[in-house]
Design a protein around this ligand. Structure first.
Ligand code: 9MR
Length: 354
């Protein structure tokens, strides 16, 4: 039923768009020719929110310029498992259904993340065995429900500390399930879907060499012991001048040389990290374009089998989490401006593939 309602909605929106375009009144200046969906040889994605998918302009943009989506928050545990008695699949079913209509890949983000733990789970008073069995059921239910529809999951997100020695974060998962909780979850996910790609995802992996080493030690150990893992997600919340190109290349190549896929999973590029500018000047846009060109050009030259794709963490500049996070600091870190117009960097990406 949901499926058919969405088909109809998409059909109506398509007709509306074609009509606007023909009569010259529409948003045709926002179209890129060719497109970010078709030109790049690897998937280009965006983080989206469920409500975006009710918005004609987002839908149109995703239809033309996306080949993958991630849910910015709705596929995390706290929204889905807020009620201890039942996992709520409503919103995620809708996201997956609309992605299917749009024919874009869905990357699942994320099964376990210490920052997205429901309140009841943090104060769980049962035994450790009961806790573990709840998590096992959750992971297996979610992964098997979306088998064939969700191509890949960030199985565990941000498990390592940033500081000295990069130990495992002392999350509720580690406390109750032990130091080997990560491998348990990867195994459960694989049991639930033999074909889904399984990623470990984290931030600052191109900037923090010892943290990357901790992640790679985990991956090497998994590979040696036959525990399933298909790739590593570098979140890539970066700036125009940090980390260095050299560090990005070295870190990425360490993943590639292990035969793992690499996903730049949450790309955004700060162009105003010191907060000096209160408007988006040509100079800031040039910073954005140059950095985007470097990232996409480098990624494009990786072995094809390593390229899972590049996902922007939002569609348009005013979607970004960074403006809140850095206390309303002005930032323009994404590929489209707040009116859905592509920045020059979008055409630069396309031209890399011509
Ligand atoms: O951008 C996301 C924001 O909208 C959510 O409120 C927040 C909590 O769910 O998560 C943000 O995304 C984070 C991602 O899931 C993991 N890496 C860091 C991202 C920015 O905080």
């Amino acid at each position: 039923m949901i499926h058919h309602k969405h088909s109809l909605l998409l059909l109506i929106l398509s007709l509306f768009f074609v009509t606007c375009k023909d009569s010259g009144t529409g948003s045709e200046e926002t179209d890129l020719e060719p497109s970010l969906r078709n030109s790049p040889t690897f998937p280009v994605g965006y983080a989206i929110q469920r409500t975006h998918l009710d918005d004609f302009q987002y839908l149109q943009l995703l239809r033309n310029e996306a080949s993958s989506i991630s849910a910015e928050y709705e596929m995390k545990m706290n929204p889905m498992y807020n009620n201890q008695n039942a996992v709520d699949y409503g919103i995620v079913d809708q996201i997956v259904g609309i992605a299917d209509e749009l024919e874009v890949r869905v990357h699942g983000h994320a099964l376990l993340w210490h920052s997205a733990v429901p309140g009841w789970m943090n104060s769980f008073s049962g035994t450790d065995a009961e806790f573990e069995s709840l998590i096992e059921d959750y992971v297996k239910d979610v992964v098997s429900r979306y088998r064939g529809q969700v191509a890949s999951w960030d199985v565990v997100n941000e498990a390592f500390e940033d500081g000295s020695g990069n130990p495992l974060r002392n999350s509720v998962f580690r406390q109750k399930m032990g130091d080997d909780y990560i491998e348990k979850v990867f195994r459960w996910a694989r049991e639930a879907d033999p074909d889904v790609l399984l990623f470990y995802n984290d931030y600052n992996l191109a900037a923090n060499g010892s943290k990357l080493d901790a992640v790679l030690d985990l991956a090497d150990d998994f590979i040696a012991r036959g525990i399933p893992i298909d790739g590593i997600g570098f979140q890539m919340h970066i700036s125009y001048n940090w980390p260095s190109e050299q560090n990005i290349m070295l870190a990425t190549n360490k993943v590639v040389s292990r035969g793992l896929q690499i996903h730049y999973s949450e790309l955004d590029i700060r162009v105003n990290p010191d907060g000096a500018s209160d408007s988006y000047t040509p100079e800031l846009d040039q910073r954005f374009t140059d950095r985007t060109e470097f990232i996409f050009n480098f990624y494009k030259n990786l072995p094809e089998e390593s390229q899972f794709g590049i996902t922007w963490w939002g569609v348009k500049d005013d979607d970004t989490w960074l403006r809140d996070f850095w206390d309303n600091q002005n930032e323009w870190p994404l590929l489209f401006d707040s009116e859905f117009n592509p920045k020059p960097a979008a055409q630069v990406i396309i031209d890399l593939f011509e």
